[in-house]
Design a protein around this ligand. Sequence first.
Ligand SMILES: [Zn+2]
Length: 261
Amino acid sequence: MFLPIVALLLAFLLGMALGSFINALVWRMYKGISLWGRSQCPSCEVQIRAKHLFPVISWIILEGKCNNCGNRINFQYPLVEFLGGVIVMFAFARHISFTGGHMDYAALIFEILFALTLLTLAVFDFRWKLLPIEFIAGATVFFGIWNVIATRSIFPLVLGIAFGALFLGLQVLLSRGKWMGAGDPWVGALLGAGLGWPNVSIGMYLTYVVGGFFVLVLLVLGLVRRKDRVPFAPLLAIGGISAMWFGDQIGLWFARALGWM
Ligand SMILES: [Zn+2]
């Protein structure tokens, strides 16, 4: 019992460190600066001390303020670090073998990378209502090639990418960009590359179920107005990650409910 807890705790710490990297990545992609070099405070641009770089804990110790200029540190930072921890811990919990059996490292790494890529896009869109298209295109190629090698079939992948891109692309066209930004179909293609057909359709379904619920809550609370454009990538990230982990079960459930099985 002791060893699994230690392993999952280490996975959580690793995930928090990766979440911290995502925070730096979105900021540097947005600003167009290099990934190398030490992190700075976005307000006063003073280099952040090494002892203040611990995920979540530093934010709590510093009471959410920069040690130098006292400006508030966006809540995004500890939240994304925490989510990174949860994602990596959950992926490990799914794959880890406590009996010394075979462990599918490739699937583990794929799941972590895919979920963290979607988290990156969610943060970027939520913060600036923009999407880094080159990053998405690169990720689509990366996960697409990985999936072709892993599954040794290309058809589900091509169909998945086409479905993801067209399903959202049509909505951009029909709404003339009012519901959905021009960057979102790219995220649809990425979901297709990561999930393949037919799982990508479950990802889209979950995006709309979860998204519809969230938007309704936000409308009721008065946090968004009906004309506001809600950033869609965070919803696609929730739908995509859920479909990756629970898509098979949900697909089976659907098939039974529809009487196909
Ligand atoms: Zn500062």
